[in-house]
Design a protein around this ligand. Structure first.
Ligand code: ADP
Ligand code: ZN
Length: 727
């Protein structure tokens, strides 16, 4: 059955392989056994219930406290052509009724529900009539009183499960890192140790950095400077701080919105929505922001102030980089913030005070670490980081560069500004120094400038960092209206060789590319065509706005990046791109291919065909249901196929059903061979299916007084449906 899961992974979701523990947990659910899955944010928990839900005949119920997210989740599934609905208080009575009717007709694979909706007697009645095969409890830490989001209704989920769905697999999911909460969930749900699936909490793609907070607003501006089009969150301690920083960032021309509990619900929703839909890049927020944000391409999370403890820090940075691409986490650390926290702690008493102190000490251990930051961080969650260095934290890259003499570089930079009449910004000046031959450079007649190309020894990012340093030291200022760099008096001293410039450039920043996304190490991420990527992104945004859905529901960045690297030109090859399954290919393949083709024509590029072909061949090998379907139609029996593939008859039936659902006919007469029912009994089942809904087995099972088992019903169901097709 796991083969089938892999196929759904490929064909529906467009991914090539499972991530750690996904396969094991999915297998468990498919076996109708219970599972508690603990995985960090972005680990890929959703497909653990979604894939079985697609495979099962019956329904998968997903309980989630995040009402605001359900619509998005369902919308995302619809993009994959997976039928799903939700029930919660946000629906109008008409919408509610419509969803109920879809459920009754057995037309949904998944139902998302708020716990309070599930607890309503009418919902429980409804569900008792349906064949619920998996009961999923998302955000399962809400069960625990020790957790930060305890919900009393959640505790009752254990009873609901026992009373209403005793035979369904029960799957509990959480990103909770503390052992105490995990244990509490496990015991409440009556699960065994062997049913716990605990993934590593190391988020490899997050770059962790802690910097001394000296001039925080400037530090924010520096940080944002090289992250122009990226989505990110900046956390502040207080509402007032959020408002102030927001104003500062707007003044500097950043695309930003605030978020805190002091804003009206309406404004908060609007700002959050703008962030999710890529209408603004940055959210400045208190900790009120973030619950239920599953935007996959958050590229940075910055802490302007110290977080409360390691757990909330981990949770907040966890919102970055869900798509697996590099994301940057910067925390500004000051002793006066520590004093503030101490002050609050001292107002507490007894145990509460003791716990708060422990939390602070653990946090300080992380902040003051001079070893790899992953060690104290993971250690806090009971995990040992086995490597010495990670190469993805400031300590491993040794951010504390020594103070250096940058006079010569400063002279080059300042002189380039002088020669271009102080009319340009740092980006352009850096481009000139690096010898750019862009259209803009040609139009400005700057190709022959003496400073053109004299700064090849540095990356663009280093030059930009130097510009920030020169601004900080008052050699330069930024024209408030045009953003161009203007020489200040002391600059002349440097140009005349009368003054030296000292400072440090941050090595952790040197790996961040300006304008483009920051990268991990894969070839795709490092070498895709940025311009094409941008064009694809624009198209995505346009389509998303037309449909009123978030851009990532169409394709994540990773998908567009692969497109901008492999340049797929036909349907088969498009299907090999990460995140492109059959449904999405059908919906969007053509539109994106057209852009790719134009770009390739204009730039004389060719499809990386060989690689895509190879991938296509590999996945063709996996299409077992097609091979089984064809073999069956050629005269092979179900029994024979089961033997050949080493699977049970039921599995063959599922494969054949799938083959048929992909619009193929099946050899009708061969199917009943697999039935051990007498012809009379077979006739009875067929009548029952005519009477009830042939897609739903439970009502048929009940109608026949539970006398015919499900395996037999599946044979007859396949027969019935195959016959319907050719009628
Ligand atoms: P979680 O709920 O654990 O935070 P999600 O289920 O939202 O994580 O998954 C995070 C991202 O990873 C999503 O964009 C998802 O589509 C993607 N993903 C999940 N499983 C895989 C996989 N096996 N291969 C590639 N991408 C995956
Ligand atoms: Zn490290």
């Amino acid at each position: 059955m796991i083969d089938q899961a892999e196929k759904v992974l490929n064909n529906v979701f467009g991914y090539d392989s499972f991530r750690p523990l996904q396969q094991e947990a999915i297998q468990q659910v498919l076996n109708k056994e219970d599972a508690l899955v603990i995985m960090p944010t972005g680990g890929g928990k959703s497909i653990i219930y979604q894939i079985p839900a697609i495979i099962f005949d019956g329904l998968t119920v997903v309980v989630s406290p995040l009402i605001s997210l359900m619509k998005d989740q369902v919308e995302q599934l619809h993009q994959f052509d997976v039928p799903a609905v939700f029930l919660n208080s946000s629906l109008t009575p008409e919408e509610y009724e419509q969803n109920i009717s879809i459920l009754k007709q057995g037309k949904a694979d998944m139902l998302y529900l708020a716990p309070e909706t599930l607890l309503m007697p009418k919902t429980r009645d409804l569900l008792s009539e349906l064949n619920v095969e998996c009961f999923t409890i998302d955000e399962a830490h809400c069960i625990s009183e020790w957790g930060h989001d305890f919900r009393p209704e959640y505790r009752q989920m254990a009873d609901v499960r026992r009373e209403d769905f005793p035979d369904a697999a029960c799957l509990a999911l959480t990103a909770t890192a503390t052992p105490r909460v995990r244990e509490d969930i496990r015991i409440t749900l009556g699960m065994k140790d062997s049913e716990t699936f605990l993934a590593s909490f190391n988020r490899k793609n997050l770059f962790l950095k802690v910097a001394d907070k000296d001039d925080p607003t400037e530090q924010v501006l520096d940080f944002l400077y090289t992250r122009k089009k990226q989505s990110g969150i900046i956390y502040c301690f207080s509402r007032r701080q959020v408002d102030e920083l927001y104003v500062d960032l707007v003044k500097e021309g950043h695309s930003v919105k605030p978020y805190h509990a002091g804003l009206s619900e309406k404004v908060r929703t609007r700002n959050q929505e703008a962030f999710i839909r890529d209408d603004v890049n940055i959210i400045v927020a208190t900790i009120a922001f973030g619950m239920g944000i599953n935007k996959p391409d958050v590229r940075f999370v910055m802490h302007y102030d110290m977080p409360k403890n390691i757990e909330s820090y981990y949770q907040q940075i966890g919102r970055a980089g869900r798509d697996g691409l590099r994301a940057d986490c910067l925390l500004l650390f000051s002793y006066s913030d520590t004093q503030k926290i101490r002050y609050f702690i001292n107002q507490k008493e007894g145990d509460e005070k003791k716990i708060a102190e422990q939390h602070l000490n653990a946090l300080l251990k992380f902040l003051e670490a001079d070893e790899c930051r992953r060690k104290p961080l993971l250690n806090y969650f009971g995990e040992e980081y086995e490597k010495e260095t990670c190469d993805m934290c400031d300590n491993c890259i040794s951010a504390d560069a020594e103070v250096e003499d940058f006079t010569v570089h400063a002279q080059k930079f300042l002189s380039c500004i002088a020669r271009t009449d102080q009319k340009f910004g740092a980006n352009y000046v850096a481009d000139l120094l690096r010898g750019s031959k862009s259209q803009k450079v040609k139009d400005n007649d700057h190709l022959d400038l003496p400073t053109h190309g004299i700064g090849m020894e540095w990356s663009k990012n280093q030059w930009i960092q130097l510009s920030r340093l020169l601004i900080r030291q008052d050699y330069l200022s930024k024209d408030p209206q045009y953003g161009s760099l203007v020489l200040e008096k002391p600059a002349k001293m440097v140009l005349d060789g009368k003054e030296n410039v000292f400072g440090t450039l941050d090595r952790t920043e040197a790996t961040v590319d300006s304008e483009a996304l920051s990268r991990t190490n894969s070839e795709v991420e490092n070498k895709y065509e940025e311009k094409l990527f941008e064009t694809l992104r624009e198209k995505r945004k346009e389509l998303a706005d037309q449909k009123g859905i978030p851009p990532y529901a169409i394709f994540p960045d990773t998908t567009l990046m692969e497109m901008a690297f492999y340049f797929p030109q036909d349907k088969e090859h498009m299907l090999q791109i990460y995140g492109v399954g059959k449904a999405k290919e059908k919906r969007y393949g053509k539109i994106f291919r057209k852009i790719i083709r134009n770009y390739c024509d204009e730039n004389d590029l060719e499809e990386k065909e060989k690689y895509l072909k190879q991938r296509a061949e590999e996945s063709a090998k996996k299409e077992k249901h097609v091979r089984m379907g064809e073999a069956f139609n050629d005269g092979q029996s179900i029994e024979h196929l089961a033997e050949e593939y080493g699977v049970k008859d039921v599995t063959v039936l599922r494969e054949l059903k799938k083959y048929m659902e992909e619009d193929h006919d099946l050899r009708v007469e061969g199917i009943t061979e697999a039935s051990s029912l007498s012809p009379r009994k077979q006739e009875e089942v067929i009548e029952a299916m005519e009477e009830r809904n042939p897609n739903l087995l439970k009502p048929v099972y009940d109608y026949l007084n539970k006398e015919v088992g499900y395996d037999e019903l599946r044979v007859m169901q396949l027969y019935y449906l195959a016959r319907e097709r050719v009628k």
